[in-house]
Unconditional design. Structure first.
Length: 315
């Protein structure tokens, strides 16, 4: 391709990309469609605003999660958190142990293996970002771990809802399953919102309770590697989510605004997934190599299958 054609393509992308982002704010564009649109964009016109979208993804997701809290009652959220506590604890311990064993068997890089295991066990990209400074990970291990997790998140958005319907899972069962078995909060909320409102409430609450395990796990890794617990980044937006639930429970005057906040949350989520999709380029996926990807897939299959069997037997 000539220099003129490349310049023209990049110039066109500067206009098309914002138009696609605005389109994702439409109620007609569901979270899975937004993610797919982002992947297509990454492999056609590219993302001319990479720096901006990387920062925006972080804030949009946190804002969407906080807004979702305004649609929940404190008693319901507490019940959902209690319901998923035992399963969450068991899945995190099992996934971390299996990740360590798989890393040794595949002779994977120790840092990359640790990041993928923590991302799968707790909450995807957020866990990777929190654990990275603790294990002193460089840009390449972080990029590989994030690429692996993002790829599996994309698959989960399309795979989980059909499986849930095929198995005739209840809203409660699917909410628990998606919260335990899907990596990132964005993908959990996206899959659960497609399944139903009750599944969304349960999935979001259990998922954020699961995300709190970033703190003890990071401290444990810091102690084991003697890197210092001061490097741990606490996800503050979880406090915002809990605050929104309390406000919604204690202030009934907020009820007229709840539908608008829910719409804002879903729009922000769709835009977040579009931005994430634009980061899933072929060079990034090739960078991961077969070992981290295989480890990520095997761990994901393990946690998905084990948690589903447990939920079907005990709920």
């Amino acid at each position: 391709m000539s220099v003129k054609k490349i310049t023209a393509t990049h110039g066109l992308a500067a206009y098309i990309f914002p138009a696609l982002a605005i389109l994702c704010l439409s109620p007609a564009v569901t979270p899975p469609v937004a993610l797919f649109l982002g992947v297509i964009t990454a492999h056609t016109i590219g993302n001319p605003y990479t720096v901006f979208t990387t920062k925006a993804t972080h804030w949009l997701l946190q804002g969407a999660v906080i807004c979702l809290g305004f649609g929940m009652n404190a008693a319901t959220a507490w019940q959902a958190g209690q319901q998923g506590f035992g399963l969450t604890f068991a899945s995190i311990c099992g996934t971390l142990a299996a990740g360590w064993l798989l890393g040794k068997c595949l002779r994977a890089d120790n840092v990359i293996s640790c990041l993928i295991s923590c991302g799968t066990a707790i909450c995807g990209g957020s866990a990777i970002a929190a654990i990275a400074p603790v294990v002193k990970a460089g840009e390449r291990p972080v990029a590989i771990a994030l690429g692996t997790v993002f790829l599996l998140n994309a698959a989960a958005l399309f795979i989980f809802p059909p499986i849930g319907h095929w198995l005739d899972l209840s809203q409660t069962q699917f909410g628990l399953w998606s919260a335990i078995a899907i990596h990132d909060t964005s993908a959990v909320v996206g899959a659960a919102s497609k399944y139903g409102p009750e599944a969304l409430q349960i999935a979001t609450t259990v998922k954020l309770a699961r995300a709190l395990w970033i703190i003890p796990v990071a401290i444990a890794i810091a102690w084991q590697q003697k890197t210092g617990a001061g490097n741990v980044k606490i996800p503050w937006f979880i406090a915002g989510f809990l605050g929104a639930i309390l406000l919604n429970t204690c202030l009934p005057q907020l009820q007229p605004a709840v539908p608008y906040l829910h719409h804002a949350a879903h729009s922000a989520l769709a835009l977040t997934l579009f931005f994430i999709g634009t980061q899933l380029s072929l060079p990034q996926l090739r960078l991961a190599g077969w070992q981290p990807l295989l480890q990520g897939i095997l761990l994901w299959i393990l946690i998905s299958t084990a948690s589903l069997i447990t939920i079907l037997q005990f709920s």
